[in-house]
Design a protein around this ligand. Structure first.
Ligand code: HEC
Length: 137
């Protein structure tokens, strides 16, 4: 945790970006890395390792809800529509959280097909939200 914070602060200083933007992007980057790992684990049918990772991802996505303060509008690659359409944006994050949780619940229930379906839902939510809410540069 400490390491994560100091890395974020370092990025902040180096890139001269703002606090909220930097913390947010770090959170997304870690979500990207972990969800790629989750896909590998599910492909390899390593269910025991996949379940807690999916839960951790759900928590990280839930945390993102707090990383878009009004004061950070216009920062980073987040479009203004994130704030202008907050209920819709927030709902998409909630759906992503539910998809990751769904992966772990399905694994616990021994329903591996359903776990794969939930993971597919989660990974397709990334692109779909980026198309609407993340700028191209
Ligand atoms: C609800 C909308 C939404 C969802 C769902 C979403 N993202 Fe994003 N993502 C964004 C926004 C907005 C930004 C820009 C944040 C900023 O620059 O402040 C972003 C930024 C990122 C970044 C930061 C680096 C960059 O290129 O800007 C990565 C990596 C990323 N997302 C990966 C993912 C992955 C992987 C998923 C799915 C597991 C995902 N995102 C799901 C909206 C979303």
């Amino acid at each position: 945790m400490k390491h994560w914070i100091s890395t974020s602060l370092l990025c902040l200083l180096l890139a001269n970006t703002t606090y909220a933007e930097s913390i947010r992007q770090q959170a997304y980057i870690s979500i990207e890395e972990q969800s790629e790992l989750l896909e590998d684990l599910v492909d390899d049918e390593k269910w025991q390792e996949a379940a807690p990772l999916a839960e951790a991802l759900a928590l990280k996505v839930a945390k993102l809800q707090t990383l878009f303060p009004e004061s950070s509008k216009g920062e980073g690659r987040a479009r203004d529509s994130v704030w202008e359409e907050w209920p819709e944006f927030s709902q998409r994050l909630q759906n992503l959280e539910a998809d990751f949780l769904g992966v772990s619940v399905a694994i616990a229930a021994g329903d591996h097909d359903k776990a794969e379906d939930s993971l597919d839902d989660a990974t397709s939510a990334c692109n779909s939200c980026h198309m609407s809410y993340r700028s191209l540069w």
